[in-house]
Design a protein. Structure first.
Length: 173
């Protein structure tokens, strides 16, 4: 059932209806999820938390890979790389994760182009598409796109958290 008002801003003009929970939201609470549509702030924050958790898992895996590589580098007395490897992979893995999810609908469109090929040509087209997407993901993730995605998701979560906090009552002086 629609409330016909924004949960966080009851007096604000309604800007849309959430594609997830079907509640209405104002312009300030609208969150656009690429390949999904406009959602309310609560659903957007839930989505952002999920993506941030996945990125933190990617960071942990990157750190683990970096430590393994650092151990190998240290055994070869390559101390510079032994020190830098954990930091490099700690950044590389989540940056690539965010880069993979950057770009929106273009990946869906390009991916559907592989459907026009059959057999071995289809396999080659799919491999080419995945390699292209991975290269773009690494580039975008490492050179800013990943950071922008991370900051955007943190902003959504913080906005929802701030609006969810109860307003303290003012005491009479």
């Amino acid at each position: 059932m629609l409330s016909e008002q924004c949960h966080y801003h009851p007096g604000a003009r309604i800007a849309g209806e959430c594609v997830e929970c079907h509640s209405e939201f104002c312009e300030e609470c609208a969150v656009e999820i690429v390949r999904h549509g406009a959602v309310c702030l609560d659903c957007g924050a839930a989505f952002a938390r999920k993506k941030l958790t996945q990125a933190y898992v990617a960071a942990a895996l990157g750190l683990l890979v970096g430590i393994l590589i650092a151990t190998s580098a240290a055994s070869r007395n390559d101390w510079a790389f032994a020190v830098l490897a954990p930091l490099i992979y700690l950044y590389f893995f989540p940056a690539t994760f965010f880069g993979w999810h950057y770009g929106g609908k273009i990946w869906t469109t390009l991916g559907s182009a592989t459907d026009h090929f059959g057999g071995f040509a289809g396999l080659l087209a799919t491999i080419f598409f995945l390699v292209l997407r991975l290269m773009v993901a690494v580039f975008l993730g490492l050179f800013g796109g990943g950071i922008l995605q991370y900051v955007n998701y943190r902003r959504i979560v913080e906005s929802q958290r701030a609006l969810s906090q109860p307003v303290p009552l003012q005491s009479a002086a």
